[in-house]
Design a protein around this ligand. Structure first.
Ligand code: SF4
Length: 297
């Protein structure tokens, strides 16, 4: 049996940067809070909590005073920064530069369109309630419209001009379908400006994961259940290889399946730590002592 760990899977640079900032601060022996899970991966959240990172929700954040809080790669809406000023909270801002750029672009569009609010709608293709989307919506004072999929386009008024952005981790294929639909159906003479704001770290992984998935008999896709990027990449992998299983830990593996396959691939999302994929590989190796482990570069 051959087990291959995909070298292209694992943390994107935004997540690497946030974790590095957290570890540096914790190494100084300081208390550090993180607003929301630092990454959508429970195992990594637990690993960092063992080093002292305290994860808090928004309610707990509002009640906090005189403390240091890390803002994760997803970014945060403006009110979070205002609360920090009022409550003497020191922020370690680990918002990914790609997300930060997108926030600024949306804010600029919002301020420009405010002169004529009845005419222009700012639309964000993203997951409702997702931390990044809350940060993006905050740039529009909550006046943007979030659509999660093509069918949601019916929530947009096609008799008004549209400015369209995407959350950085959404599906590129679905975004193109949404753009085509609006182009074809918006009232003639109105403007429709759309921007390709899907992160290249995410976009480049889909074609790779499909090749990786197709080249193996059995795939274990390792990801936290809350990761939207994880769900999207898993879906892409499953499309090319029906023997793809979404797992979060070794205990999710059905050992009977292993007997049927000889070429096993292990891959994951931008929020999956490399150590977790290797942990799965080592576990399979223990169960099947005649196996080899490789790294797919
Ligand atoms: S997926 Fe892209 S935008 Fe999101 S945190 Fe990672 S690098 Fe930044």
């Amino acid at each position: 049996m051959n087990i291959t760990v995909d070298d292209h899977s694992g943390f994107c640079f935004g997540v690497v940067n946030a974790i590095k900032k957290a570890e540096e601060e914790l190494a100084k022996g300081n208390s550090l809070y993180c607003l929301g899970d630092i990454v959508h991966n429970t195992r990594e959240v637990v690993r960092l909590s063992e080093q002292g990172l305290i994860t808090i929700n928004e309610e707990q954040y509002k009640a906090l005073h005189d403390a240091t809080v890390l803002l994760r790669a997803h970014g945060a809406p403006p009110e979070i920064y205002e609360i920090a000023k009022e409550n003497n909270i020191t922020l370690i801002d680990a918002t990914c530069p790609v997300v930060l750029r997108l926030q600024k672009r949306i804010k600029k569009s919002f301020l420009e369109s405010r002169a004529n609010p009845q005419d222009k709608q700012i639309v964000i293709y993203g997951k409702k309630g997702h931390a990044e989307v809350l940060g993006l919506m905050g740039q529009t004072e909550g006046k943007g419209i979030v659509i999660e999929k093509l069918e949601d386009v019916k929530n947009i008024d096609l008799t008004r001009s549209i400015i369209l952005y995407s959350q950085t981790t959404k599906s590129h294929e679905e975004y193109l379908r949404i753009i085509d639909y609006i182009k074809a159906n918006i009232k003639k003479g109105l403007s429709f400006d759309y921007y390709d704001t899907i992160c290249t770290q995410v976009r480049n992984r889909m074609p790779h994961i499909k090749v990786f998935g197709a080249n193996h008999d059995l795939i274990f896709f390792v990801s936290g259940k809350k990761s939207s990027n994880g769900r999207m990449l898993y879906k892409g992998c499953k499309e090319v290889n029906n023997n793809t299983y979404f797992i979060d830990s070794c205990s999710d593996i059905d050992l009977n399946i292993l007997k049927k396959f000889s070429n096993i691939g292990i891959c994951g999302a931008t929020s999956t730590p490399t150590w977790q994929m290797h942990e799965i590989a080592n576990y399979i190796k223990e169960q099947c002592p005649n196996s080899n482990t490789e790294i797919d570069k």
